[in-house]
Write a protein that binds this ligand. Structure first.
Ligand SMILES: *Cc1c(COP(=O)(O)O)cnc(C)c1O
Length: 392
């Protein structure tokens, strides 16, 4: 049977798949079953941060799995301890890590830490978690409830209690009360449509929450791992959250989720756990990915790539103002607002035919999350192809 038939017969239909199958890839260039090449402006939704088939990651992982892949969290795991050190040092925050396997799971861990911390003096039960409308925090029952999108709360109930949604950063203060355990936000809403929050407002919120001793959780599943230019967008915004979650780009394609927190004493042995989390394979990937990206950052190459990408995007935007209304985003988490939703779907379909992969975000945003290692040649080729897709 062909892949499409197997998929239709044996895989649950939770994804509306695009009719293409990639068989190999290098950096930001993909190849499909017919040998046709595509430029990848998606990096698998911000995951393949170091490019496809990265030589260093490949070498590290092959070496690791030929030694030991998994033994459970009952024992010490050197790559996990080292990955935690690298992540914490790259962030500059005084934090410690818990390793999970996905973004949603990292957010579950964050919520557990906030809720246990909320019970610290026994008398008041602080359980409320305030999140934002148009946010996205994951697909588990709890994180789907944390997600401020009504349409995602169809079916699946009853949900865990205690999630409250604010329309914007401004609205959060009015919702704080004695039962608030935490506020959870994305600094740039990803799935919501590449919406950066206002820096001054975020700083004011962070200050207010510190005064009230309410932890701030920043969901950096999409913005983390140098996507915005700094290891975390929190550093870029100049804030010190109590809890940060990472996933997507930090594993470079190997499933991993990380909760890092300055509330190091909240969870005790037995409070939380994961069979796979931080095993030799995924932790080794994190070590190598963080090393590669930190080196790119320090050498200045990351900034050069980001500048090149943004200049090309700006030029493309200026040439097509009949279709796009605004350029948005920070670093290599960018988007173009498209005049209407139908045009956006047409662009994405035509782009695939032309040989460049792009993403949708929110209702009307064309989203770009290229590998952070994308070359000038790949950027130029991608925008040339995208231009030809528009002329259709
Ligand atoms: C992708 C994403 C998630 C969910 O991550 P999964 O690995 O799919 O569970 C959570 N939060 C944000 C901001 C995301 O972009």
């Amino acid at each position: 049977m062909k892949t499409q038939e197997l998929d239709k017969k044996y895989v649950l239909p939770t994804y509306g798949r695009v009719d293409v199958e990639f068989v190999s890839a290098k950096n930001a260039t993909l190849k499909d079953t017919t040998g046709k090449e595509y430029i990848d402006f998606t990096s698998g939704i911000g995951v393949v941060s170091v490019g496809h088939a990265n030589d260093r990651v490949t070498k590290a992982l092959c070496e690791q799995i030929s030694n030991i892949t998994h033994i459970s969290n009952l024992y010490y795991i050197t790559p996990q301890a080292k990955a935690a050190q690298k992540v914490v040092e790259a962030s500059g925050y005084d934090m410690a890590c818990f390793f999970a396997n996905s973004g949603a799971e990292a957010n579950e861990g964050a919520i557990k830490i906030a809720r246990k911390h909320g019970e610290r003096d026994g008398e008041i039960k602080r359980y409320k978690i305030i999140t934002l409308n148009h946010s996205f925090h994951g697909r588990t029952i709890t994180t789907v409830k944390a997600t401020g999108q009504e349409s995602m709360h169809n079916y699946f109930g009853p949900f865990p209690d205690g999630f409250v949604y604010a329309d914007g950063i401004d609205e959060i203060e009015a919702l704080l009360d004695d039962h608030t355990a935490a506020v959870m936000i994305e600094l740039i809403q990803g799935e919501g449509g590449v919406e950066p929050q206002d820096k001054a407002k975020v700083q004011a919120l962070a200050k207010l929450l510190k005064e009230k001793e309410i932890p701030l959780i920043v969901d950096e599943v999409q913005t983390g791992a140098y996507r915005t230019g700094e290891f975390t967008a929190s550093q870029l915004y100049g804030i010190e959250p109590e809890i940060i979650t990472l996933a997507k780009g930090v594993g470079g394609g190997v499933p991993v989720g990380i909760v890092m927190t300055s509330l190091k004493e909240v969870l005790s042995a037995g409070d939380h756990g994961s069979t796979f989390g931080g095993n030799y394979l995924s932790a080794r990937a994190v070590c190598e990915v963080v090393d590669i990206l930190s080196e790119l950052k320090e050498s200045g190459d990351l900034e050069i790539t980001s500048l090149m990408f943004n200049q090309a995007l700006e030029k493309f935007y200026n040439a097509h103002k009949d279709i796009f209304t605004q350029k948005v985003g920070i670093g290599m988490m960018c988007g173009l607002r498209v005049k209407d939703a139908q045009t956006l779907s047409d662009i994405i379909a035509n782009a695939k035919d032309a040989g460049v992969m792009v993403l949708k975000a929110g209702r009307n945003t064309l989203r770009f999350l290229p590998p952070l290692t994308i070359t000038k040649k790949e950027i130029d080729r991608g925008f040339t192809l995208l231009g030809s897709a528009l002329s259709k």
